[in-house]
Design a binder for this molecule. Structure first.
Ligand SMILES: [Mn+2]
Length: 316
């Protein structure tokens, strides 16, 4: 598959590399690295929707300053490469039209749920990151990794492994990091990825942590993101990332909830330690992974919190 994909890239005239909707470090780092390899005949499309900003944090990555967004892709492409995009519904609007029209499509990904929606699929479910799959693709094709490519690949792997903390981090992940560390300044990349947050993001998250409530001997922790708090800090969608992990990180907390007030009910994120989070979200038609899941409860935010606490108490 690696060879076939390389051949297809080499034989294409115009290539569009697309990120997943509301991109993170993995999809952006991988896109940057692949563009570094392919060069002039490739463009990057960053898919953004709703109240989400392009994460400025990652503007240091090569080529992202020339990336296109959904409103300014006009050209036709004979090859589309989707990176870190778990399913076809994560390719939206104009990007989807281009994907459906393209002569060739490739998906390079690490999501277990990826159903091979492209013509060529390099999907390694359970691997640490798309960056790791892409690194392996380069190595298997004897492609030399430049320091520019290494910057994207290292950022992708660093951020998607939570700084090498998550279960998906293997000895091969560390081996790749070792090789990449010869080409880039790893501490500088870590600084660029993690010490560049918006002031309002930190103030918003601090208030939510301060407001957190605890029950069942501190086994359950939760906080409510009301429309008022969102307005107070002009909070973007991406500002909520990480709050649930902070609550879960407290000693004794087994289940953490973050509930966000929306026009369609309460949008809930759940993080757990031992408990299977999907056992909670199953009751509310949600889903996700064992330790991280989500759902929407179509009531007001306080009623939703009560329902969640009740369900968690039954399971704990
Ligand atoms: Mn990823």
């Amino acid at each position: 598959m690696e060879r076939e994909i390389l051949k297809t890239i080499n034989n294409s005239q115009r290539v569009l590399i697309i990120t997943h909707v509301n991109p993170d470090g993995d999809t952006l780092g991988s896109a940057s690295a692949l563009k570094s390899y392919i060069g002039n005949k490739a463009d990057i499309l960053i898919q953004i929707k709703d109240n989400f900003n392009f994460p400025k944090t990652y503007s240091f990555l090569p080529h992202l300053n020339q990336a296109k967004n959904l409103s300014d892709v006009k050209d036709e492409y004979d090859l589309i490469v989707a990176l870190d995009v778990a399913s076809i519904d994560r390719i939206i609007d104009k990007a989807r039209a281009l994907f459906d029209k393209a002569q060739n499509t490739i998906s390079i990904d690490h999501h277990k749920t990826n159903k091979n929606y492209a013509k060529l699929n390099l999907v390694k479910g359970g691997t640490s990151s798309c960056g790791e799959v892409l690194y392996d693709f380069f190595v298997k094709n004897d492609i030399e990794i430049t320091s520019e490519m290494a910057m994207g690949l290292y950022s992708a792997i660093l951020t998607d492994t939570g700084c090498f903390k998550y279960e998906s981090t293997t000895s091969y992940t560390f081996e790749i990091a070792k090789q990449l560390s010869k080409l880039v300044n790893t501490s500088e990349i870590a600084d660029l990825c993690y010490t560049n947050k918006a002031k309002n993001l930190i103030l918003f998250q601090s208030e939510l942590v301060t407001n957190a409530k605890f029950c069942l001997n501190d086994k359950i922790a939760y906080t409510l993101i009301t429309k008022d708090i969102i307005e107070k800090y002009s909070a973007k969608d991406e500002y909520t990332e990480g709050i649930c992990e902070t609550l879960r990180s407290i000693y004794g907390v087994e289940v953490a909830f973050v509930l966000k007030e929306t026009d369609n009910g309460a949008k809930v994120s759940i993080r757990t330690k031992e408990l299977d989070a999907t056992k909670i979200t199953d009751k509310f038609n949600g889903g996700g992974h064992k330790r991280a899941a989500g759902c929407t409860i179509k009531t007001n935010i306080n009623q939703a919190a009560e329902k969640l606490i009740e369900t968690a108490k039954e399971l704990l």
